[in-house]
Every structure is written in C-alpha cells, then in structure tokens.
Ligand binder design. Structure first.
Ligand SMILES: Cc1ncc(C[n+]2csc(CCO)c2C)c(N)n1
Length: 220
C-alpha cells in the first residue's frame, strides 16, 4: 500500500463523519439553507485566498519541476475559483460586495489557513504538502459521493460539478503522487509528521463545513 493509501485509511472515521455531515447531505438534496451556503462561500473565498498563498510557497519550496508546476498551477486555480465560481454564487445567493469585503474569517477558517501557513513557514516541505493534500482529496471524494445522489435541479449544482469533475480528480492524483514521492524519500519521523499534518487538515475540513452549517462566528 502507498503512503497516501495508508494515511487515507487512517482518516477513514473522519471521512465518514464528513460524508455523513448534514451540510453535505442537505447540499446534495438541495435543502441546505441559503444562509448556511452564504456563510460557507464567504468563508471559502477567504480560505481560497490564503490557500493560494500556501500553494505558492509550496511551489517555491518544491525540489522537483513537477512539484513547482503542480503547486503554482494549483495556486492559480485557487484564485480563479475564488473569483469565478464564488462571484457567480455571490450573485445567486445575495452576497453583496460590501458583505464580502467586510467579512471576517471565523475561528475554523482562520485556524485552518493559519495551520497551513505555519506548516509553510516552520515545517518541512514534506509536512507542508501532506497538509495541503486533504483540500484536494477530501473535496474530490465528496464531489464524487454527492454527484450521483444530488437532486436535479439543485441550487448548488455548480459547486457539486466543480468538485466531481475528472480534471479535478487528475489534479488530486498528481498531488498524491508528489506526497508519495516525498514520503518515500523521507525518514520515519518525517512520515509520522506528514501523517499528523494530513490528519489535522482533514479535521479542519470537517470543522469548516460544520461551522458553516451552524452559521457560527466568534463566540466572543
Ligand atoms: C475549505 C476548502 N477546502 C478545500 C477546497 C477545495 N479546493 C480549494 S483550492 C483547491 C485546489 C485547486 O487550487 C481545492 C481542491 C475548498 N474550496 N475549500
């Protein structure tokens, strides 16, 4: 079994919790409240801006041309998704320019992006890209799981189509190959740290959807 297959199995309970989360069940059947989705897309645009920066750092640190290509491309795609997909959703769900401009990152959004930024700043390249991977892989799994059971028409159809798109699956495969390569070249301690980063980022993915479902902000 590859390193990625092993850590994917280890986060199986987290993935089950993600796939069973009411935010995604309701998104699939179209009953998710517009408020919850609005909360999600506003936070996600804040997330994507930071995630793109983290990918750009990964590109700069990558030891191979394949890594530099993949992560710089990913950084560009993250900015494009932030602009194109989100602007369309902003219009559809009534997020005004003012709401988007003044939005403050929630604890979950700030926690996730700050965690990835801390990997980029103070940890190894191997840990960094292990922390980057769940963003790709979890969304690909979720997109593929939801698409066959999505209601039609569905107000969230464009979101589902984005993450169930085969080109997105191919990008996930390529990032996974980079993580496997990094793990194969690393020490057991590096691989243990990579597993921790992968697991924590997967937890943050669940927390991100959960906070959107509760429309939660800062408690104080
Ligand atoms: C919280 C959160 N996690 C993951 C994604 C998915 N995603 C964002 S950027 C990117 C890679 C391409 O640049 C992928 C797969 C998201 N939108 N929001």
């Amino acid at each position: 079994m590859s390193f990625c297959d092993t850590i994917w199995e280890e986060v199986a309970p987290l993935r089950q919790s993600i796939l069973a989360h009411p935010f995604l069940a309701e998104l699939a059947d179209g009953t998710l409240s517009p408020e919850a989705f609005r909360h999600y897309i506003v936070q996600d645009s804040l997330y994507l801006a930071e995630y793109a920066r983290v990918l750009a750092i990964a590109a700069a640190r990558a030891p191979t041309a394949a890594g530099r290509m993949e992560f710089s491309d990913g950084a560009k795609v993250a900015v494009q998704v932030e602009e194109v997909l989100h602007q369309a959703f902003f219009a559809q769900f009534g997020v005004t320019a003012d709401m988007a401009r003044t939005a403050e990152a929630t604890p979950e959004c700030l926690g996730y992006t700050s965690y990835l930024a801390s990997l980029a700043a103070t940890r190894s390249y191997e840990e960094l890209i292990a922390g980057i991977l769940p963003c790709f892989w979890v969304y690909w799994e979720v997109g593929c799981a939801i698409k066959p059971r999505a209601s039609s028409p569905n107000p969230y159809g464009a979101w589902i189509d984005t993450y169930a798109d085969p080109s997105f699956g191919a990008a996930t495969d390529r990032v996974r190959a980079l993580v496997d390569e990094a793990a194969a070249n690393g020490t057991p301690a590096t691989r243990a740290a990579m597993k921790t980063a992968f697991c924590n980022a997967t937890r943050y993915e669940w927390m991100f959807w959960d906070s959107a479902h509760r429309c939660a902000g800062w408690p104080i």
